[in-house]
Design a protein around this ligand. Structure first.
Ligand code: G3P
Length: 277
């Protein structure tokens, strides 16, 4: 079951503030830091394996660009490689090299953890769901918009099959910026809760949008949500889960407005804020 709390602490791509995103280590850290669930991104390989990675390409979060076997294959789109090829990639060293949140420079990351990052691999969706299930935890599965790359709804159908096969229907919140995928979920697995992701453009009638997609929640960007928007959605019986909130004061303000979830790269910080309420 999804958490029955007033505001969910959702570890964005796992605890990606302090370790490489969309890895099982990041998920485990989110759990250890008190998050109610984690969020992951689903993509699909050339041979149809669902994998957990945010970007369309491998360049930012793996060492593909440095490997001879991947030379001449720029821009290294995930959908151009088989899962066997992806399995060879280091999905953690980039974090040490780029220190994306400045946490290594700040001394906030353990040396043993840093040493272990080079062992990290891109998880399959199945591995991620099994990890979450075995931990008795929940996850927000975001299906990346690959309609232009891998055909109509293929990734959505495979994702829904995987959620059903791993017995995770009751522990997944499904979301996407591609609303066709949400409609497909409504057909294939109507019992699964849906979150409607919206970019930074204002939506004239968020209640109508969520209702039209038979979703349970609205997932806006943090700069594009007001107390009035939260009120309208909550009064209509919908959730509001806001991404991505890394500032304690902003977390507290949004929680005071009654948002139902906060996506954060720093779930330990969020845990502290929500404890203080
Ligand atoms: O699902 C919340 C948030 O992750 C959406 O933005 O770009 O991180 O997929 P993005």
């Amino acid at each position: 079951m999804l958490p029955n709390v007033s505001t969910m602490n959702i570890a964005h791509r796992g605890a990606q503030g302090v370790c490489p995103e969309n890895t099982l280590l990041a998920a485990g850290m989110g759990l250890a830091y008190g998050a109610h669930m984690w969020e992951l991104d689903v993509s699909m390989t050339k041979d149809g394996v669902l994998v957990v990675i945010h970007d369309d390409t491998l360049e930012r979060t793996t060492n593909a660009a440095q490997l001879p076997a991947f030379a001449g294959r720029a821009p290294w789109r995930v959908c151009d490689f088989t899962y066997d090829e992806l399995k060879t990639l280091d999905a953690g060293s980039w974090y040490v090299q780029t220190d994306p949140f400045g946490q290594i420079a700040a001394g906030a990351v353990d040396d043993d953890d840093i040493a272990s990052y080079k062992e990290l691999r891109i998880p399959t969706l199945r591995e991620a769901l099994e990890f979450t299930r075995d931990a008795g935890w929940c996850v927000n599965v975001e299906i990346k918009d690959h309609a232009h790359l891998i055909g109509h709804n293929v990734i959505a159908e495979a994702t829904l099959d995987c959620i059903r096969d791993t017995d995770m229907v009751e522990s997944v919140l499904l979301s996407s910026f591609q609303y066709r995928y949400l409609e497909q979920a409504g057909i294939m697995l109507p019992e699964i809760p849906l979150g409607v992701l919206v970019y930074d453009e204002p939506v004239a009638d968020p209640v109508a949008l969520v209702r039209s997609l038979k979703a349970q929640a609205y997932h806006p960007w943090r700069k594009n949500v007001t107390e009035e928007v939260v009120d309208r959605l909550r009064d209509a019986g919908f959730g509001v889960n806001v991404y991505t909130v890394n500032d304690a004061a902003e977390m507290a303000e949004l929680a005071s407005w009654g948002v139902t979830g906060l996506f954060t790269d720093f779930p330990l910080l969020c845990w502290g804020v929500l404890q203080g309420e």
